[in-house]
Design a protein around this ligand. Structure first.
Ligand SMILES: *Cc1c(COP(=O)(O)O)cnc(C)c1O
Length: 401
């Protein structure tokens, strides 16, 4: 019989969200009267906004006409969209042909390691978004599971003790470092000084930074960088992945992008840009044209206004959760420039706190330990939810926890 890919055998079962679902169902079965509210999942809940929705509808309608029909497009995305992304999000600092439009940031992260193969040393923030680690394991760079982590992955703790910013002395030499800001799960946002130090350290060590900016549009503090490419020297050491999912609710529509600067080179002197172009044209056939029309609408003035309003709405939810946790005397970070709050329950196991909140308040959260060993003792609250649900969840937290 055919043999299983050994990398797949190394991958431990996707444990976190299935386990949350299992516990939720078990609780619901035992308490059929309970109205459970989820503040657990990083999925958007509010409908598409009118101008952006109209862009999608018009895009789809155009495809039904002889003049407007298009089949396969450029794998790298519509030229108009690449130009708009470069202008709106990068202030013209990145060229349109350095922007590669995709079907989402997660999908790009999954394809990215084709660039570096299975022999590269990988480091992640601990806690972190799971796909950085799982993608590394799939390509053979993760090694075997060893109880709390993979043998081949460096987990750089990001905790209150270090202001949620890793010890840069631990960056791998000539390796890969995944960095997410605003962070999922912690909601922490790296300052300009921190990112400057990161870029400096990466350049000294030959480390490539994969900067995940999926939540950049939630940043409200003008002093905080929204892109790694605001930092001098980053063009020689960084790739940025980004997404329309969280700023305009395209989680289901599917649209993202990756920026690869032409200065980024391998030890051999070849550009990473040329290889990424090759990968995009080889194993990816371009993002949906309808989704791209929607993306274009979101970058027009009316669309940008809606993007701002939608992210303001979720930040409003975050402010309510933050106030509720404050009333309870629970210390937390995040929620100001990110749709997540990271609440500390010192000395308690994340899963125990998760169970207590579910039992007492009928509210589903996410146990911090599911994002990496340094997440133990924390709970992630997500601000994605309908306002009435968030208000009700906050009332229950304050009254019953
Ligand atoms: C939600 C999320 C993404 C988005 O991925 P898409 O595939 O574009 O929907 C990427 N990175 C992080 C950290 C996320 O939380």
């Amino acid at each position: 019989m055919i043999k299983r890919n050994a990398c797949l055998s190394n991958l431990t079962a996707g444990y976190l969200f299935p386990e949350i679902g299992r516990r939720r169902r078990e609780f619901a079965a035992a308490h059929p009267e309970a109205r459970i509210i989820s503040l657990g999942i990083g999925n958007t809940t509010e409908p598409l906004t009118p101008h952006i929705d109209a862009g999608l509808v018009e895009g789809a309608r155009r495809l039904g006409t002889l003049e407007g029909y298009s089949g396969y497009g450029d794998e790298q995305g519509l030229t108009d969209l690449r130009e708009r992304i470069a202008a709106v999000f990068y202030d013209g600092k990145m060229a349109a042909d350095e922007v590669f439009v995709s079907d989402g940031a997660k999908c790009d992260i999954g394809r990215l390691q084709l660039l570096f193969g299975g022999n590269v040393e990988v480091a992640v923030q601990d806690p972190s978004y799971p796909v950085y680690v799982d993608g590394s394991v799939l390509i053979g760079a993760g090694g075997a599971w060893q109880g709390t982590g993979y043998a081949g992955i460096r987990y750089l703790p990001c905790t209150a003790a270090n202001d949620y910013f890793p010890d840069l002395a631990q960056l791998p030499t000539d390796g890969l470092f995944y960095f997410c800001s605003p962070n999922n799960p912690t909601g922490a946002v790296a300052s300009r000084a921190q990112l400057t130090a990161l870029v400096e350290a990466a350049r000294q060590r030959g480390t490539v930074i994969v900067f995940d900016a999926a939540y950049a549009e939630y940043i409200r503090d003008p002093a905080l960088p929204k892109s790694i490419f605001e930092i001098p020297g980053s063009r020689e050491c960084a790739i940025e992945v980004n997404s329309f999912s969280k700023p305009i609710g395209f989680t289901g529509v599917r649209l993202g992008w990756t920026v690869v600067p032409k200065e980024l080179k391998y030890a051999s002197g070849e550009t990473v840009w040329a290889d990424w172009n090759r990968i995009c044209t080889t194993v990816f056939n371009g993002a949906s044209n309808v989704a791209q029309y929607g993306g274009l609408a979101s970058l027009e003035p009316a669309g940008l206004k809606e993007m701002r309003e939608l992210t303001d709405f979720y930040l409003g939810n975050a402010a309510l959760i933050r106030a509720a946790l404050g009333e309870l005397g629970i210390s937390c970070i995040g929620g100001d420039n990110a749709p997540y709050l990271w609440a500390h329950f010192p000395g308690q196991a994340s899963w125990d706190v998760f169970a207590r909140i579910l039992e007492k308040c009928h509210v589903v959260t996410t146990p911090g330990s599911g994002f990496g060993p340094a997440g133990e003792g924390f709970i992630r609250f997500s601000a994605f939810g309908h306002r009435a649900d968030v208000e009700e969840a906050c009332r229950r937290l304050v009254e019953r926890l």
